[in-house]
Design a protein around this ligand. Structure first.
Ligand code: SAM
Ligand code: DTB
Ligand code: SF4
Length: 315
């Protein structure tokens, strides 16, 4: 294993630079590795919603909290295929299927495998997020042609204990290793605005940057405070603080795609522009995330064109 490249001291020095210096550095790094007119458009579908046994304090799908989310069994394959076709038509490159599971149950695994194969057939990259995996499951997903697995560290190792008690940080790291060992690309990020300190945000970035292999894709979610969850009354994270987190992510993970993930619905176009300038180069397309609202694709396309991003012609 290679030596960790980042420590919190070095990361903090970057994070706390004068904002313009921070953004200048992030943008310079961005232009070394990416075209600034390119943005990765991904689409998301909840294939199994609610009644999750985990107690993630932010999540409306946890069975531990009384929220407005209605539970749904695993979607039928035809429904998933129809949604994937719509996503492709709207300009998405990747289709991510999320399930509210602690880990994928045996009885549903073959259907998920069929979903991956079908979505790939449509000509989309595939991603799933199904909770914890063992090595055998990771290999089966790889054999089905899975491109990405999303599994987030969510926050710092210290703050994690205040957010989730039903599985540990090291459980998550273990799943990330199984995914990497199987040769599947890792999509791994976190949530900002759960009441964590700046030190926690920095510690999350240090964890992500020091993984044995950098995640190819890093979703940065801004907490959506759901009614009924313990984080319902969380105070909104300051916009500039959020932009600092994005810019530092770009500097610490120079070649990763950074997805401005949950929470765009509450951001102005100007705020989103700042996030792109700071290094974000991907979004979720489509008016729903898993259960939460997202801006609609038409207005996103108008915004992206206005900012000079290349978007698919038919979109
Ligand atoms: N159940 C699987 C798991 O947790 O591994 C997959 C689905 S889970 C909903 C995927 C990710 O969505 C979480 O790790 C978290 O980062 C993000 N997420 C969930 N609820 C959120 C919220 N209220 N605000 C922002 N991000 C959220
Ligand atoms: C990720 O980091 N964010 C997406 C995706 N991975 C699966 C999920 C966001 C969920 C937001 C809350 C909801 O829609 O329920
Ligand atoms: Fe379950 Fe995932 Fe929600 Fe946690 S984040 S409660 S594991 S669906």
């Amino acid at each position: 294993m290679t030596q960790p490249q980042w420590d919190s001291c070095k990361a903090e020095q970057i994070y706390e630079l004068p904002l313009m210096e921070l953004i200048f550095r992030a943008l310079s790094i961005h232009t070394q590795h990416f075209n600034v007119d390119e943005i990765e458009l991904c689409s998301l579908l909840s294939i199994k919603t609610g009644a999750c046994p985990e107690d993630c304090a932010y999540c409306p799908q946890s069975a531990h909290y009384q929220t407005d989310v209605e539970r749904e069994n695993l979607l039928p394959l035809e429904v998933v295929i129809a949604e994937a076709k719509k996503a492709k038509a709207s300009g998405a490159k990747r289709f991510c299927m999320g399930a509210a599971w602690r880990n994928p149950p045996k009885k549903n695994f073959s259907t998920v495998i069929d979903m991956i194969k079908a979505v790939k057939n449509i000509g989309l990259e595939t991603c799933v997020t199904l909770g914890m995996l063992n090595q055998q499951q990771a290999l089966e997903l790889r054999d089905a042609g899975l491109d990405f697995y999303n599994h987030n560290l969510d926050t710092s190792p210290e703050y994690y204990k205040k957010i989730i008690t039903t599985r540990t940080y090291s459980d998550r790291i273990k799943t990330l290793h199984q995914i990497t060992n199987a040769g599947i690309h890792v999509c791994c990020g976190g949530i900002i605005g759960m009441g964590e300190t700046r030190q926690d945000r920095i510690a999350l970035l240090v964890q992500l940057a020091n993984l044995p292999k950098s995640p190819k894709s890093v979703p940065i979610n801004r907490l959506i405070p759901f009614k009924g969850t313990p984080l319902e009354t969380s105070e909104n994270i300051d916009n500039i603080e959020f932009v600092r987190t994005i810019a530092t992510t770009r500097i610490m993970l120079p070649t990763s795609i950074i997805r401005l993930s949950a929470g765009r619905i509450a951001m102005s176009e100007e705020m989103q522009a700042l996030c792109f300038i700071a290094g974000a180069n991907s979004i979720w397309l489509g008016n729903k995330l898993l259960t939460a609202k997202n801006p609609n694709s038409d207005s996103d396309m108008i915004m992206l064109k206005k900012m000079g991003f290349k978007v698919p012609h038919h979109a």
